[in-house]
Write a protein that binds this ligand. Sequence first.
Ligand SMILES: C[S@@+](CC[C@H](N)C(=O)[O-])C[C@H]1O[C@@H](n2cnc3c(N)ncnc32)[C@H](O)[C@@H]1O
Ligand code: SF4
Length: 348
Amino acid sequence: MVSVLAQSHRPEAGNGNDSLGRPLRDLRISVTDRCNFRCVYCMPKEIFSRDFQFLERSELLTFEEIARLARVFVSLGVEKLRLTGGEPLVRRDLERLVALLAGIEGVREIAMTTNGSLLAAQAQALKEAGLGRVTVSLDSLDDDVFQAMNDVGFSVARVLEGIEAAAAVGLRPVKVNMVVKRGVNEGSVLPMARYFRGSGHILRFIEYMDVGTTNGWRLDEVVPAAELIRMIEREWPLEPVDPNYRGEVANRYRYRDGAGEIGVIASVTQPFCRDCTRARLSADGELYTCLFASHGHDLRGPLRAGATDEQIAARLRSIWSGRDDRYSELRSEATPQRAKVEMSHIGG
Ligand SMILES: C[S@@+](CC[C@H](N)C(=O)[O-])C[C@H]1O[C@@H](n2cnc3c(N)ncnc32)[C@H](O)[C@@H]1O
Ligand code: SF4
């Protein structure tokens, strides 16, 4: 049986689109699989311990290799680049990569997702190198709750310093990502909304997702976006805002009293696979066509074996044209216990 999704996208297939008619527009680049946090929903301590085999330095793509691949992706239609990880700022001299990426003609935006812990010291250099915007993850304003979630005792105050430093150097508007896990930080939703109202920063609530296989995800730990919106609306009336562009992951709302905007990323309860234009490059040069993919496609091998840009472009075209991932839409039908890449390997 042909799915509704396949039918609705069929006319657009071809022309560099994937098999469900989705163009390639965004590239998320993971620059490291390491992180200085151990968020319970992403890199649980018991698994990502001292014994965990992180990538060796020689396995990581160099900045030059990343920039070369990015240039080929841009030639195929990518307009937005996002640096992520692991924690991108634990990779030394990241501003050098930003500068290389900023030199690629056709790039409309370079953004970064970070836990904010090292941002205050690096914001200025990143901005000068050409970074456009940052998204900072922060799950609570309460140190006890936040530390229970980052699991390394990191304080809220230092992340807030990172957010303010980023805004001060012009990496605006800062988006703040809060993953909401039932029974853990629901109580932080209203204080976070209150704190960021009127600040110029955009707070986004993310449904806890079943990425990877190590976080022990359960559906009853997801706080649905609709519930979050109801919770906030009871305090401060909201109205929906149109998406900025097709494929925007967050549903946007504005406070009716003019105190700014919030977003909800409802990847579990309202999946947005049909508009997904994102490819993900892991730090060791594998291309993933979905956050929930079980395997990647090796790009480092051909790159280091001397492939030309045309050959790499042909490989990317072939991978993308065969892409039919829509895991989140199928999840509700049956959540198979299948192998999935870890979030810290390919970034959010
Ligand atoms: C994997 S992190 C990488 C970048 C950086 N270390 C950070 O935390 O922002 C990217 C985003 O994914 C989110 N994330 C990680 N695991 C998640 C999960 N199981 N469900 C929902 N979001 C998750 C994080 O909160 C973060 O906003
Ligand atoms: S969410 Fe980000 S900060 Fe937290 S463990 Fe994962 S990579 Fe590190």
